[in-house]
Design a protein around this ligand. Structure first.
Ligand code: DNO
Length: 395
C-alpha cells in the first residue's frame, strides 16, 4: 500500500514540512475552501497541486469531492449540481488526479459523541455512545417519532441522562455531533454556525419520504451520470462507508455492509465505480468481517483507510489501537500487499497523545497519534510482505 496522509490544506496545523519527514508518500486532500456544489476550477486545483509538489509530495487522492444534498435526496437542483460535479471531476482528471473519494450519507457524515474520551494511559480517543446519541436525537433535536427508533433500555438511558445532563454537557454534545466533526470535512454546517440545531433540523426535513430504495436510486442516477467522465479521464471514484455503518436519525444509510457494497458495484458495473475500504467505519458493525470484505472486493477498492474500533456489547464503540480491535488490520494489510500493493492508504482517527491535545488539530487528525498509527501500520505491511516473500498467505 502506498503510505498517504490526509492534509486539510494550508490552514492545517500539521504542515507538509512535518509530514514529509515521516515517510509519507502521497497526500490526500480536497479544496476545503470551496463550498459544496461549486465547481473546482482548473486554476484552484493546479494551485494546490503545485504547492504540494514544492514539498516533494504528490496529490494521490481527493477526499472528498462532496456530493451536495439535492443529489442525494433528488431535489430540483440535482441535474445542475451533477453537471458541476462532472466539471470538477474533469478538471481533476486534466490535472492527472485519478482517485476521488466521496460519500453518500444524508445530512451528516461521521458521528462521534465524545471527541476527547479519556483512556487509562492519559491519551484520548474518539467515542460513540449510543445513549448519548439517542439523547441528542430525542431531547436536543426533538425529532418527531424518534423514540420509536430506540429500544426500551436505550430510552431508559435517555431518561437517566435527562436527570444528569448539564447545559455544558448538552453544548459539548452539539459541538461534537454537529459542529466539530462536520465542520472541517466540507460538511453542511460550518463550525461557527450560530443556530446549529435549527439548521440541522431543516436539513433533516429535506429527506422526509426518502427511504433506502429511494436513496439507492439516487446514488445510481448520480453514478450513471458521472461514469462517462471517469471513463474519459480514468478516474477511480470510491465511495466511503457510512460511519457508523447503520441508519441514524431516521435517515437511510446505504454503505454499511457486504450486501450494500455488492448492490453498489452491481448497480453500475464499471471498474471506475469503486469503494473506499474504511476498515474503521465497517468494523463498528459487529456483523462485518472487514478482511473478508477487503479480499472479496479488492479489485474494486481504490483507496484504503487503516483504522480499527473496539465495540462494546451495548454497541458503543471507540477507536482501537491500529494493532487491535475489530478492523483486523494485519489481515487487511495481507490482502492488499498481495493483490493491490500500490493502492493508496492512509491511517485515520489517531488518538491524541503527548502534546497533540494542545495543538488545535482536527478531531481524529492528531499528529503524534497518527504518526504512531502510521508506524504501526508500516510494521503490519512489512510483516505481510515478509510472509509473501516466504510464499505463504492466508487470505
Ligand atoms: C472522517 C472521515 C470522513 C470521510 C468522508 C469521505 O474522519 O473518514 O469524513 O472523509 O466521509 O467522504
Amino acid at each position: 500500500m502506498k503510505k498517504c496522509w490526509r492534509w486539510f490544506g494550508r490552514r492545517d496545523k500539521v504542515t507538509l514540512d512535518m509530514i514529509r519527514q515521516i515517510g509519507v508518500e502521497g497526500v490526500v486532500t480536497a479544496l476545503h475552501e470551496v463550498k459544496n456544489g461549486e465547481v473546482w476550477t482548473e486554476n484552484a486545483i493546479k494551485e494546490i497541486k503545485d504547492y504540494k509538489e514544492r514539498y516533494g509530495l504528490c496529490w494521490s487522492v481527493v477526499e472528498s469531492l462532496p456530493v451536495s444534498e439535492p443529489i442525494k435526496y433528488g431535489g430540483p437542483e440535482r441535474d445542475a449540481l451533477i453537471e458541476n460535479y462532472k466539471t470538477s471531476l474533469a478538471n481533476l482528471g486534466k490535472a492527472g488526479i485519478k482517485t476521488v473519494c466521496y460519500n453518500f450519507m444524508p445530512v451528516i457524515d461521521w458521528i462521534r459523541t465524545d471527541l476527547k474520551y479519556k483512556q487509562p494511559d492519559g491519551s484520548t480517543t474518539l467515542y460513540f455512545d449510543k445513549a448519548k446519541f439517542a439523547y441528542f436525537d430525542c431531547r436536543i433535536l426533538n425529532r418527531k417519532g424518534a423514540e420509536s427508533d430506540y429500544s426500551a433500555e436505550e430510552l431508559q438511558a435517555v431518561e437517566e441522562l435527562g436527570h444528569t445532563m448539564t447545559a455544558a454537557g448538552r453544548d459539548a454534545l452539539i459541538d461534537a455531533v454537529i459542529l466539530k466533526t462536520q465542520g472541517f470535512v466540507n460538511g453542511n454546517i460550518a463550525e461557527n454556525e450560530r443556530n446549529p440545531i435549527e439548521r440541522f433540523n431543516e436539513m433533516l426535513a429535506l429527506y422526509r419520504g426518502v427511504d433506502t430504495t429511494q436513496l439507492r436510486n439516487n446514488l445510481k442516477i448520480f453514478l450513471e451520470a458521472v461514469m462517462p467522465v471517469c471513463d474519459e479521464y480514468d478516474i477511480n471514484l470510491c465511495i466511503h462507508p457510512d460511519d457508523p455503518p447503520y441508519p441514524v436519525l431516521g435517515l437511510p444509510r446505504i454503505v454499511g455492509c457486504d450486501e450494500d457494497m455488492e448492490w453498489i458495484l452491481n448497480a453500475v458495473d464499471n471498474p471506475h465505480n469503486g469503494l473506499t475500504l474504511c476498515a474503521g467505519s465497517l468494523s463498528a458493525n459487529p456483523k462485518n468481517d472487514v478482511a473478508a470484505m477487503a479480499a472479496k472486493y479488492a479489485d474494486r477498492i481504490h483507496f484504503v483507510h487503516m483504522r480499527s474500533t473496539e465495540v462494546e456489547p451495548s454497541g458503543n464503540f471507540k477507536e482501537a489501537s491500529h494493532l487491535a480491535g475489530r478492523g483486523c488490520l494485519l489481515d487487511v494489510a495481507r490482502v492488499f500487499e498481495r493483490v493491490k500493493p500500490d493502492v493508496p492508504m492512509r491511517v485515520d482517527h489517531g488518538k491524541e497523545i503527548l502534546d497533540d491535545s494542545m495543538m488545535g488539530y482536527n478531531p481524529g487528525y492528531s499528529f503524534h497519534g497518527r504518526m504512531l498509527a502510521l508506524g504501526q501500520v508500516e510494521g503490519l505491511m512489512a510483516a505481510a510482505r515478509d510472509e509473501l516473500s516466504r510464499g505463504f498467505y492466508s487470505l
